[in-house]
Design a binder for this molecule. Sequence first.
Ligand SMILES: Nc1ncnc2c1ncn2[C@@H]1O[C@H](COP(=O)(O)O)[C@@H](OP(=O)(O)O)[C@H]1O
Ligand SMILES: [Mg+2]
Length: 249
Amino acid sequence: MTTDARLAAELAEQAGALLLDVLADAGDLEPKALGKRGDAESNALLLDRLATHRPGDAVLSEESADDLARLDANRVWIVDPLDGTREFAKQGRSDWAVHVALWEAGREITAAAVAQPALDVVHASDDVVDAGARREGRTRILVSDSRPPEFAAPVARRLDADLVPMGSAGAKAMAVLRGEADVYVHAGGQWEWDSAAPVGVVLAAGLHASRVDGSALRYNESHPYLPDLVICRPELADALLAAIAEELS
Ligand SMILES: Nc1ncnc2c1ncn2[C@@H]1O[C@H](COP(=O)(O)O)[C@@H](OP(=O)(O)O)[C@H]1O
Ligand SMILES: [Mg+2]
């Protein structure tokens, strides 16, 4: 049987290919309708294939009603069929992603994949490249294009770093994985599906991932709201968390 991590990678890749087709067939669809179509079609593909390949498992998806039977399940797939919907619907953007993660009781995220179809890459927890070599120059901190944390600018000043806006939690996390940036920080609102797969992949690669207060990220909670997140190269974690704590105090 295909391993869970391979299945995650294959499903993320297949949903990504479908999303590229949706873009190619967009015609003069309004951005909102285009995003909606992408969300729905990718979700249908993921649910269908998870039901085929892992019929006994529960699913938590951004685009499906939350079935709380997942709270009694030992295995829950946490999926975001289209992360960065806003950017997907803008022409020529590559900062959107498909997230597929598996949560297991007592073990947190055990398999994960993030596809970036517009870049033709899939990163999976069983196939992590070592985090990219530290780039030369100033530290780069990735933040949401539309909702950067209030503390981001003062924290960047404390660390003598540059803030770089980018869409999609998965795209930002994978940019840190590849060494194109050093930090991804978010606060003020997010859901488990936004971070489960990116966090599964970066933890498998040995990067740091936590809440902004340094505590562990927990998934498959009854209310799947997980509003803040820090992903970074491990050697930066102490200084970054200290700077955030100073700004929040
Ligand atoms: N304040 C907030 N409340 C709820 N969700 C948020 C949020 N800020 C960001 N997100 C979600 O986190 C994901 C990444 O955001 P961003 O691109 O701004 O970095 C997006 O997921 P979706 O595109 O799947 O909705 C976005 O909706
Ligand atoms: Mg999302």
